[in-house]
Design a protein around this ligand. Structure first.
Ligand SMILES: Cc1cc2nc3c(=O)[nH]c(=O)nc-3n(C[C@H](O)[C@H](O)[C@H](O)COP(=O)(O)OP(=O)(O)OC[C@H]3O[C@@H](n4cnc5c(N)ncnc54)[C@H](O)[C@@H]3O)c2cc1C
Length: 125
């Protein structure tokens, strides 16, 4: 069903960078809601993938002491939509990502994937 050459599971951001250096043609995969659809359609045939799904260090929303709001690239749409910091400081972002696809897509789709896919229609962009 998926024409995949290899799947590497990153254990940390440093590990992901090392895997990318070792496999420069490999594609990062987060939630996979874009990448897996493209693979199923036959695009990216024979791709090597580096999964970052397990990297909790780049997941979540936080605020620094100086008021800087940080949104990890691996944070899902459903997380962002209900996060108290987002609701308080940038509710329009929570409202925008709550419009993406259906509940399943909002649970797996990440803001990093949505902005890195380069599609101008991306709701989080
Ligand atoms: C049925 C369906 C409905 C959808 N509806 C909408 C919609 O209404 N609005 C909308 O905006 N989108 C929609 N999408 C698109 C999709 O859900 C989003 O683009 C999603 O946010 C992608 O995130 P992901 O984690 O699944 O990315 P992936 O598929 O894992 O990756 C997408 C791209 O981003 C790159 N990438 C991912 N994370 C990183 C990272 N941390 N650093 C560097 N590169 C990275 C990958 O290499 C890849 O090129 C829909 C998709 C489906 C299948």
């Amino acid at each position: 069903m998926y024409d995949m050459k290899a799947l590497y599971q990153a254990r940390s951001v440093e590990d992901a960078v090392a895997l990318r250096l070792a496999h420069p043609e490999a594609q990062i995969i987060a939630g996979g809601s874009d990448v897996l659809v493209q693979m199923r359609e036959g695009r990216r045939a024979g791709a090597e993938l580096i999964s970052i799904q397990g990297l909790d260090e780049i997941r979540g929303v936080s605020m620094d002491a100086d008021g800087t709001l940080r949104i990890g690239s691996l944070t899902s749409f459903s997380h962002i939509a209900r996060d108290p910091l987002i609701r308080e400081h940038i509710p329009v972002l929570g409202e925008a990502v709550d419009q993406v696809g259906g509940p399943q897509i909002r649970n797996i789709g990440t803001i990093g994937g949505n902005t890195c896919n380069g599609v101008t229609s991306a709701d989080s962009a």
